[in-house]
Design a protein around this ligand. Structure first.
Ligand code: HEM
Ligand SMILES: [Cu+2]
Length: 628
C-alpha cells in the first residue's frame, strides 16, 4: 500500500523490495548495519594487505620489496584505513543492527539520515583511496602518517595530492560519523521500550551513547584542523607554516584533542560488545553493572583531559608534562575496574568456550597487556625513551587488535545467527581464534622488544647487526599465522552462508531483547512493543528467580506497523559533498574546471535536500506475524 500522494519531490520514493536497488534505497537499520559490516570487513582486509606488505619489507634488513616512499604511503593508508574505514564502520555495524533491537524500537530515530551516513562513509572511503590509481611515486597517495603532522603536509614538502586526498576524504568521513552520533543519541534517549530506564539498558547501548557523545565533542576539533590544513594547501593560508608565523604545535593540539578521544571511540563500543558476550556465555549476570556504566561515562569525560600525552617530547615543559602524566594515569582506574568486572562475571559462571567466548577471553588478556604498556608511557620520562619507537607500535596494536578487533570477532560469532539466520561453524571458529590469537601475539609482542632495542617506527628498512633481525623475522612469521586465521574465518562465512537458514531465535540462551525475535528479525522488528521491567528482562522472563514480572508486551493483538518508504535522497545527498570535494582537489591543482565542479557539488546537495524535504512520507503498513 504505497502512498502515491502528490509531492514536490522530483524523484518518487522507490518501491523495490529486493535486488540491487532495494539496497541502494534502503532505510532499514538492519540492512544498513549489514552494509556497514560488509564494507568495513572489506577495508579491514585492505588494511591487512597493506600491513602484510610492510611486514614483508621489514622481514630482513636491507630488503627492497617496496620503495621508501611507498612504505610511507603504506603505513599512512594502513592506519587510516584500519581506523576510519575498518574498525569504526565495523563497530557502527553492530550499533546500527542491534541498538534498535536491544532497546525494543522499530528503527533508529532518523532512518534516512542513517542511510546518508553509510553512503558518505563509502564515498569518503573510495575518495581517500583514489590516489592509489595515480601511483605512489608522485606523492599522490597520502604518505604523511595517520596524524598528518605539519609541516610534512605543507606544499613545500609534499606537493603531490596525497595530503589533499587525505584531508578532504577525512572531512567527508567526519560528516557521516557526526550524523550517526546525533542519530544514535536521539534514538537512545527517545525510543527505548516502555519501562527501560537508562539503568536498565544493555551495556552495549550505554557504550554507544557515550561513544556518540565523544564523537560530537571530538570530531569538531579535527574538522577545524583539517579545514585549516586545506586552506593552507589550497589558498596559502599559513596556519601551520612556521616561516610565515604559523605553528606546527598548534596542529598537534588540534589533532590530539580529537585523536585521543578517538581511541575511546574505537574501544568503548568494543568493551560494550564484550560486556554482552561474557554474561551470556558464562551464564551469569554482568558483575557490577552500574560501576560498568559509570566507568564508561567517566572514561568518556576523562578521555578529553589527556591528549598532550602524545606530545610529551615536543617541549611543553615539566609542569604541563606532569599534569598530563597524572590525568593519563588516572584514566587507567576506570579501565582497570572494567577488567575486574569481566573477570568477576566469569568467576563461578558456567562458562561455555564458544568461539565468541574465546575471542572475549582473548580480548581481556591482550587488551590488558596493551593497557599496561600504555600506563608505561603515561610517565613522561619513560615516554621520552619510548616515543616514536616500536614500543608504541606494540602498545597500540595490543589495544586495537587485542582490543577492538578481538571484540568485533567475538561479536561476529555471537550475533551472526541473529543477522543471517545461520550458525557459524564452531570448530572453524575455534580454529580461527587459535590462529588469530597465536599469530597476533607472535607478530606484535616482538614490537615491545624491538622498541626497547631502539628500533624507530616508520622506517622502511634497517641495517644488519643491530640485534633487530630475528625479532623482525618472527614478527613477519606471526603475520602469516594471523592471515591464516583470517582465511579460516572467511571460509567459515562461506561455508555457513551456504547452509539453510535454520538458526533458532535464541541459540545461546541470550539476555537481551534481540534474542526474543526470529533469526533474522522481520523488517518491522517487534510485532508488539515489549515492556521491560528488569535489566536482562528476557533472561528473567525465561528463568524467573521469584515471581517478578520481567517482560510483557503492550497490546495483546499485533496491530499493523508503518514502515517508512525507501529513498534515493540519502545517496544523492552524500554524492553532493563528494563531488564538491573532487572540485576542491581540482582547485588545488589549479584546474580551470575546478569551480564548476564545486558548484555542481553544491547544486546536487541542494537538490537532494529539496527532494529529501518534499518526497513525502511514503511507506507501507505491514501486518506483523502473530507475536509469541
Ligand atoms: C591485521 C594485522 C596488522 C598488522 C600486521 C599491522 C602491522 C603494522 C605495521 C607493520 C605498521 C608500521 C609501523 C611503522 O612502520 O611505524 C603499523 C602501523 C600502524 N597500525 Fe597496524 N597492523 C595491523 C592491524 C592494525 C589495526 C587493526 C589497526 C587499527 C585499528 C592498526 C593501526 C595502526 C596504526 C595507527 C599504525 C601507525 C601508523 C603511523 O605511524 O602513522 N593496525 N601496523
Ligand atoms: Cu592518547
Amino acid at each position: 500500500m504505497a502512498t502515491a500522494a502528490k509531492t514536490l519531490g522530483f524523484i518518487p520514493r522507490p518501491t523495490a523490495q529486493r535486488g540491487f536497488w532495494s539496497w541502494v534505497a534502503t532505510v532499514d537499520h538492519k540492512r544498513i548495519g549489514i552494509m556497514y559490516g560488509v564494507t568495513g570487513f572489506f577495508f579491514f582486509l585492505v588494511g591487512g594487505l597493506e600491513a602484510w606488505i610492510m611486514r614483508l619489507q621489514l622481514a630482513r634488513p636491507g630488503l627492497e620489496v617496496v620503495t621508501a616512499r611507498t612504505f610511507n604511503a603504506l603505513f599512512t593508508m594502513h592506519a587510516t584505513t584500519m581506523i576510519f574505514l575498518g574498525v569504526m564502520p565495523l563497530l557502527s555495524a553492530f550499533m546500527n543492527y542491534f541498538l534498535p533491537l536491544m532497546i525494543g524500537a522499530r528503527d533508529v530515530a532518523f532512518p534516512r539520515l542513517n542511510a546518508f551516513s553509510y553512503w558518505i562513509y563509502l564515498f569518503g572511503a573510495l575518495f581517500i583511496n583514489a590516489g592509489w590509481l595515480m601511483g605512489t611515486a608522485g606523492g599522490h597517495v597520502p604518505d604523511i602518517g595517520w596524524f598528518g603532522y605539519a609541516n610534512l603536509t605543507s606544499v613545500q614538502f609534499t606537493s603531490g595530492l596525497g595530503p589533499d586526498f587525505w584531508t578532504l576524504g577525512l572531512l567527508l568521513l567526519g560528516i557521516g560519523t557526526l550524523v550517526s552520533g546525533f542519530n544514535f543519541i536521539v534514538t537512545i534517549l527517545n525510543m527505548r521500550a516502555p519501562g527501560m530506564t537508562l539503568m536498565k539498558m544493555p551495556v552495549f547501548v550505554w557504550t554507544t551513547l557515550v561513544t556518540s557523545a565523544i564523537i560530537i565533542f571530538a570530531f569538531p576539533s579535527v574538522t577545524v584542523a583539517l579545514i585549516m590544513l586545506m586552506f593552507d594547501r589550497t589558498f596559502a593560508a599559513n596556519f601551520f607554516e612556521v616561516l610565515r608565523g604559523g605553528s606546527v604545535v598548534f596542529y598537534q593540539h588540534l589533532f590530539w584533542t580529537f585523536g585521543h578521544p578517538e581511541v575511546y571511540i574505537l574501544i568503548l563500543p568494543a568493551m560494550g560488545i564484550i560486556s554482552e558476550v561474557i554474561p551470556v556465555h558464562a551464564r551469569k549476570m554482568l558483575f557490577g553493572y552500574s560501576v560498568m556504566v559509570f566507568s564508561t561515562a567517566l572514561i568518556g569525560f576523562m578521555g578529553f583531559t589527556v591528549w598532550s600525552h602524545h606530545m610529551f617530547t615536543v617541549g611543553m615543559g615539566p609542569v604541563v608534562n606532569s599534569i598530563f602524566s597524572l590525568t593519563t594515569m588516572a584514566i587507567a582506574v576506570p579501565t582497570g575496574v572494567k577488567i575486574f568486572n569481566w573477570l568477576s562475571t566469569m568467576w563461578g559462571g558456567q562458562i561455555r568456550f564458544t568461539a565468541a567466548m574465546l575471542f572475549a577471553i582473548g580480548f581481556i588478556a591482550s587488551f590488558t597487556i596493551g593497557g599496561l604498556s600504555g600506563f608505561m608511557h603515561a610517565a613522561a620520562p619513560s615516554d621520552a625513551q619510548q616515543h616514536d619507537t616500536y614500543f608504541v607500535v606494540a602498545h597500540f596494536h595490543y589495544v586495537l587488535i587485542g582490543g577492538s578487533i578481538f571484540a568485533i570477532l567475538s561479536g561476529i560469532h555471537h550475533w551472526f545467527p541473529k543477522v543471517f539466520g545461520r550458525m557459524l561453524d564452531e570448530r572453524l571458529g575455534r580454529w580461527s581464534f587459535a590462529l588469530i590469537f597465536t599469530g597476533f601475539h607472535t607478530f606484535a609482542f616482538p614490537f615491545h622488544i624491538l622498541g626497547l632495542l631502539g628500533m624507530p617506527r616508520r622506517i622502511y628498512t634497517y641495517a644488519p647487526g643491530l640485534g633487530w633481525e630475528n625479532w623482525n623475522l618472527l614478527s613477519t612469521v606471526g603475520v602469516f599465522i594471523l592471515a591464516a586465521g583470517v582465511l579460516v574465518l572467511i571460509a567459515n562465512f562461506i561455508v555457513t552462508m551456504r547452509k539453510p537458514m535454520d538458526a533458532p531465535a535464541d541459540p545461546w540462551d541470550g539476555r537481551t531483547l534481540e534474542w526474543t525475535l526470529p533469526s533474522p528479525p522481520p523488517a518491522y522488528n517487534f510485532a508488539r512493543v515489549p515492556v521491560v521491567h528488569l535489566r536482562d528482562a528476557f533472561w528473567f522472563h525465561k528463568h524467573p528467580e521469584g515471581n517478578e514480572r520481567a517482560l510483557e508486551y503492550e497490546s495483546p493483538q499485533p496491530a499493523p506497523i508503518h514502515l517508512p518508504g525507501p529513498s534515493l535522497m540519502p545517496i544523492l545527498l552524500a554524492l553532493g559533498p563528494t563531488v564538491a570535494a573532487v572540485g576542491m582537489l581540482f582547485l588545488r591543482m589549479r584546474e580551470a574546471y575546478a569551480v564548476p565542479v564545486i558548484v555542481a557539488g553544491f547544486v546536487i546537495t541542494l537538490l537532494a535536500l529539496w527532494g529529501w524535504a518534499f518526497e513525502g512520507e511514503g511507506g507501507t503498513l505491514v501486518e506483523p506475524e502473530g507475536a509469541d
